[in-house]
Design a protein around this ligand. Structure first.
Ligand code: ISE
Length: 328
């Protein structure tokens, strides 16, 4: 993802110059720096964040390093685009929220890029303008071709993959989760089975989320919003349809990057505009949204492990984030 963000910044965003590419592997950092025309390559992330020739930071390192690097960017008073999740635990997310609030200015934009996907944006406007009537349900399917490994457990399917759904559901519905239940079917092999979750919102709407990280056939993200007057579904962008041998077919993406290429481009452009104007994006996710996704994910893991429906209590957004949203 770091290399992908570097390519987007280098190719699509003329207002940005990639000064340094940092990676645990010096060879990898140098290869991406050379590909994207960056001035320098390094392996010490905190030192790079502190450099006087670095104005802003993109974090796309392993999940469990995001919070500490976001804290370093906040300490250096530098805007940061942090890939999701903000942190694997709600507790670590709260440390970032407290640091940003103490700093007193919006610095963290979180990489829930689906908010910028044109199809989800259309779904949100259909929800907001009332053309569906009262929205009753949202159905979500999130399918990866294959899990990255046995280490990517059902718990990670909830805390890492489903974080996108936990965020986009809040963004589209404008309503907070109130409870969550979770189940898994039994596969015929020892690969990670799908996780199916049902959330109820504080506004008595029902949300279904299927995360299947071993779908095999393609990367496939679907969503449908169902209201009292109608429904709206995502349209997956397709470049071509093939007709042959009595078959008609459209190719699936191999992973999220081609499927959400436009969303990443628009997200990164909005981040740059927020830096230039000093005004946070009205669409982008904040550190508070990152906390909400992590807290919902923790409740989802408890629901799966216990077989019980678990209450989700996110608490009230701190004034700092409510004011940020109002100012956007
Ligand atoms: C991955 O980390 C992402 O963020 C992708 O958008 C998501 O589809 C995938 O399931 C996650 O593992």
């Amino acid at each position: 993802m770091g290399a992908d963000h570097a390519r987007i910044l280098a190719a699509e965003l003329p207002g940005a110059v990639i000064q340094v590419v940092c990676d645990a592997s010096a060879a990898r950092a140098r290869a991406v720096a050379d590909e994207c025309g960056a001035a320098d390559a390094a392996t010490d992330a905190p030192a790079v964040i502190a450099r006087s020739d670095v104005d802003a930071v993109v974090i796309a390192s392993p999940d469990d390093t995001h919070a500490e690097l976001a804290l370093a960017a906040i300490a250096a008073d530098k805007p940061v685009l942090c890939e999701k999740p903000l942190a694997p635990t709600a507790r670590d997310c709260r440390q970032v929220i407290e640091a940003e609030t103490r700093r007193g200015r919006p610095l963290v934009q979180l990489g829930f890029m689906r908010r910028f996907d044109p199809s989800y944006a259309e779904m949100k406007s259909a929800c907001d303008d009332g053309r569906l009537g009262r929205v009753l349900m949202m159905h979500n399917f999130h399918r990866n071709v294959a899990s990255p490994g046995a280490w990517f457990t059902a718990d990670m399917a909830i805390t890492n993959s489903a974080g996108h759904e936990f965020d986009i559901v809040r963004h589209v519905l404008g309503s907070e989760p109130a409870s969550i239940a979770a189940w898994q079917p039994r596969r015929s092999d020892d690969m990670a089975a799908p996780v199916v979750m049902i959330l109820e919102t504080a506004d008595r709407q029902l949300v279904s989320i299927e995360v299947n990280n071993n779908a095999a056939y393609g990367y496939d993200v679907r969503a449908e919003l169902v209201g009292e007057l109608g429904a709206v579904s995502l349209a997956t962008p397709a470049r071509a349809r093939y007709e042959r041998d009595l078959q008609s077919s459209v190719a699936h993406a191999a992973d999220w990057r081609p499927r959400f290429a436009e969303a990443y481009r628009l997200q990164n452009r909005a981040w740059l505009r927020a830096i230039e104007t000093g005004k946070p994006s009205a669409v982008a996710a904040s550190a508070w949204d990152g906390y909400c996704a992590a807290a919902t994910g923790e409740a989802g893991v408890r629901a799966l492990q216990s077989g019980q429906r678990i209450a989700v209590d996110l608490g009230r957004a701190p004034t700092f984030y409510r004011d940020m949203r109002d100012a956007a």
